[in-house]
Design a protein around this ligand. Structure first.
Ligand code: ADP
Ligand code: ASP
Ligand code: MG
Length: 444
């Protein structure tokens, strides 16, 4: 019987280290390369050399790759030219082609350097998901073929962002940015020592370095803070990937494929004393706001509105209720939701306008969410006061507010987002003396 690779690659804290011939600990690395890291043939060859170097230094490597450059955006645009509302099954089939191209090219570049490489689709790699096209969740990973490839000394290259639903037997995608989640899920299933996420910046910064050149790299942060940052729009890591890593205890090292610098480690933070008050600031331009005007001010109205929206499969984020500007006993209920869910929410509410009794729906998609995140915030008074003073000082008007134990978020005008983020960054003393490097990518 061949040993389960998990037995060959225990994490150090599981004991029973595996040593190579020179009595060196052999680690199992999962390395994920994002779109800008494999944007063209030259980048693919560079990444291939890096993977081969890791393998030749004695570690075992499993690679996860995204589609080249802006391929996914281009494929979506192409689909929309053919059909304004493409069926989810077919859109997923189309989009997964992007990762297949990248994985095969990367495998070719690696074999050109003299190492064995084998590419696998998500389905071949055992990434099993539910059947929700465009936002599938991983339900299990059965990486038998990856384990066999490793046992034979080959480098497996897995297509990110995709899986197969055992129920429908259809190919699914995990949602934009989902290759990070593939990497962590594989790292968990293979009990890898680390999941390295290679991207176009040097790690996790205190704000998006494309917006804040003085953003500071964070050396180490906890899953909890990274979850809040990712949920608030810091797309350097996919939200589900951080959730998965926290659940499975996978350490993530976010770093650049364009430099050899140490990146940022996302792990369990055990020492509360070391937690900074503020970890960073995130912004999100992906939401819209809907105002449901002149809702009768009586019990059951909010329930009717949010039931209609939920039944349309729409996730909402912030909610506020104010006295309506119209006359009489009515209120306005305002909520935010992803821009791409506006049509569904609008249709669901319009259908029940008479039953609910509201006057109109006002949609505004020129908004931004700006969030301040920090685990130390829970034990430090005065953070909110400083937050709102900084925004006021920058002349930014706040439209909605929501908070968690370790986050304050506001909705502002989209055009005010850069000013708001920079003002907060400076006010909370996060500005670095050095400029952050953005190596590539369009930030799309
Ligand atoms: P990849 O294609 O490698 O997956 P992404 O574009 O998904 O890369 O994520 C990297 C980008 O995330 C960076 O180029 C940067 O603009 C953006 N970003 C947003 N917030 C942050 C942050 N706090 N730290 C680092 N990068 C961030
Ligand atoms: N290619 C997919 C996207 O652009 C997945 C990813 O890059 O993580 O969203
Ligand atoms: Mg990404």
């Amino acid at each position: 019987m061949t040993p389960h690779p998990a037995d060959c690659h225990p994490r150090p804290d599981f004991g029973g280290l595996r040593y190579g011939l020179g009595l060196r600990f052999v680690a199992l690395l999962v390395q994920k390369f994002g779109g800008s890291s494999v944007a063209d043939a030259e980048r693919i060859r560079t990444v291939a050399s890096r993977i081969v170097a890791a393998k030749r230094s004695g570690d075992d490597v499993v690679v996860v790759v995204s589609a080249m450059g802006d391929t996914t955006d281009d494929l979506i645009a192409l689909a929309e030219q053919v059909s304004p509302a493409p069926p989810g099954r077919e859109l997923d089939m189309l989009l997964t082609a992007g990762e297949r191209i990248a994985m095969a090219l990367l495998a070719m570049a690696i074999s050109d350097l003299g190492e064995q490489a084998r590419s696998y689709t998500g389905s071949q790699a055992g990434v099993l998901t539910d059947s929700a096209h465009g936002r599938a969740r991983i339900i299990d990973v059965t990486p038998g073929r990856i384990e066999s490839a490793l046992a034979e000394g080959a480098i497996p290259i897995v297509a990110g962002f995709q899986g197969i639903s055992p129920d429908t037997k259809d190919i699914t995608t995990l949602g934009r940015g989902g290759s990070d989640t593939t990497a962590v899920a594989l790292a968990a299933a293979l009990r890898a020592d680390v999941c390295e996420i290679y991207t176009d910046v040097d790690g996790v910064f205190t704000a998006d370095p494309r917006l804040v050149p003085r953003a500071r790299q964070v050396a180490r942060l906890g899953y909890e803070e990274m979850l809040e940052l990712a949920a608030s729009g810091a797309k350097v890591l996919h939200l589900r990937c951080v959730e998965y890593a926290r659940r499975a205890g996978v350490p993530i090292h976010v770093r650049s494929s364009f430099s050899t610098r140490t990146g940022s480690w996302v792990t369990e933070q055990r020492d509360e004393m070391e937690q900074p008050i503020i970890t960073g600031i995130a912004h999100d331009l992906g939401d819209a706001k809907i105002v449901v005007t002149a809702v009768p001010d009586k019990p059951g109205e909010a329930a009717a509105i949010f039931t209609a929206v939920a039944e349309a499969g729409v996730n909402i984020d912030m909610i506020v209720q104010n006295v309506s500007s119209g006359s009489g006993q009515t209120t306005d209920i305002t909520f935010t939701l992803p821009k791409n869910a506006v049509a569904a929410a609008r249709a669901a509410l319009s259908e029940r306008r008479e039953a609910i009794g509201f006057a109109s729906l006002l949609v505004d998609d020129e908004i931004a969410k700006v969030s301040l995140v920090g685990a130390g915030m829970r034990s430090h008074p005065g953070v909110s006061a400083q937050f709102f003073s900084a925004l006021a000082g920058a002349g930014v008007n706040v439209e909605m507010i929501s908070t968690s134990e370790i986050r304050i978020s506001v909705i502002v005008r989209a055009v005010d987002a850069p000013t708001a983020v920079r003002a907060l960054h400076t006010s909370f003393g996060l500005d670095s003396p050095e400029e952050a490097v953005v190596y590539a990518g369009t930030g799309r």
